[in-house]
Design a protein around this ligand. Sequence first.
Ligand SMILES: Cc1cc2nc3c(=O)[nH]c(=O)nc-3n(C[C@H](O)[C@H](O)[C@H](O)COP(=O)(O)O)c2cc1C
Length: 505
Amino acid sequence: MKKGLSALLAACIGLSGAMGLAACRESEPIGDPGNVLVVYFSATGNTEQVANYIAEATGGDILELVPVEPYTADDLRWTDDNSRVVQEHENEELQNSVELVTVTPDGWENYDTVFLGYPIWWGIAAWPVNGFVTGNDFSGKTVIPFCTSSSSGIGESGDLLTDMAGTGEWLSGHRFRSSASQSDVVGWLETLGNFSGGDMGNAGGTVTPDPGDTDEEQPDGGYMPPPETGDGPAENAPTADIAVPTPDVRQTILLWNEGNIPAYNESYQAASADGLGFIPYIESFPAQGEVKGAVLICPGGAFQFRSTVSEGYNVAEELSARGYQCFVVSYRLRPYSQEVSALDLARAVRYVRANAEAYGINENDIAVVGFSAGGILCGELLLHSDGYQLPTESDPDYVPDSLDYVSAEASAIGHIYSFYGRLSVSDNNVETLRAGNLPPTFYAYGTRDPFYRQFIQNADAVREAGVEVEEHVFENVGHGFGAGNASCDWIPSFDTFLTNIFEEN
Ligand SMILES: Cc1cc2nc3c(=O)[nH]c(=O)nc-3n(C[C@H](O)[C@H](O)[C@H](O)COP(=O)(O)O)c2cc1C
């Protein structure tokens, strides 16, 4: 989870106070940088590119941190539980035992400023840099971390390295998008101070600091939080057409019957992160206390995976404690289209509505909330389906059952760092939005989100389309905050938003 800048600074101050050795401070112009060294680890070349730009612009020396056992493409398969990175991610000892070809750069004692670059892996610095950080004395040196990532911020990675080093003055550093340009890098260096040793002249001048600007061209479609598998469907879970709800006990319900899944495609299924044999399902989280309504929760993950825990279970736990029957939806992933994933969500809504009485709710008191791609999915359902659209419209071979004739409408939607549209692109066409006959829409997002501008534009367009909009914007907060924290505590407001809507239904 990312922290706001102030929290990061507070953490830095606390840390240096406690350690008395390494100091961490917010990046600000530094005086004479002296001799510059650029050290980096890069598994797929993105950080290397940034390191090269820095070395070129500063005239610094450069050292690549090369693991004795380099990472192969298979090693880097972060969706494969057995891959090297996943094994290491789960075992700190393994992380810290990645041996490097060179730990201490030649002439180490002569360098004054060290740029340290790494990719973000699961929200932290890729651990092959750990050996370099723990293996050297940074006393008297200024260390400037930089990283590349699909969309995560630099987060706590710099703090953790500062702590690990124990010596040196560490700046808070900077995160670049995976395909950062030379002008991104030079623009940042200019904010740091007097790096006149190299060629700063040809790269396009100063970049205006804007959290939305540098991230919009992400090649990989968005945030990539840690893969999370959740509990998976319970054995012998009933299917939605025959399930008997257990409103007081957690329950898994398969949305479709094997052999009758609309738009099923075996090769898509095999190629998706779920693999063959997957049947989309929901997991219920019983409401506590007086029941206010139901919320279907769609975790994000760029339609490549689902962040089932941080954007599913954690949210369900908080909302169910506030009186909502919650259902975490495990919808289909790429290469299925988002229209197909929306069939799964529609089926989930139908199941909850058909069983409204058993769940102790009014059948109109059903909301959907989605995170990132999960919000896009909720939008897909509400924008492009009239609620009574049969799955046979997508797949004439599908054999409908009585559940398919139940409305899949929702009376409220939450876009948590999300918008109406497609992956990475919001749909701000006021006429399309108006035609969608959308329910009241709740937005929660941070100013440091790569899609910050698009959220504003989308919310404005939705409002212009005559839809009730509630917007919560959190300063210095990025993407992927899930159930929130002190700097982006959106759930109480969402509760009030839903309570007001459901009370009027
Ligand atoms: C194992 C692994 C974990 C990753 N975790 C994240 C993450 O948590 N957040 C993110 O935005 N990107 C994540 N990424 C994407 C990389 O940070 C991004 O592609 C980076 O630019 C790669 O840099 P490199 O080419 O120098 O290795 C991850 C990539 C890998 C291989």
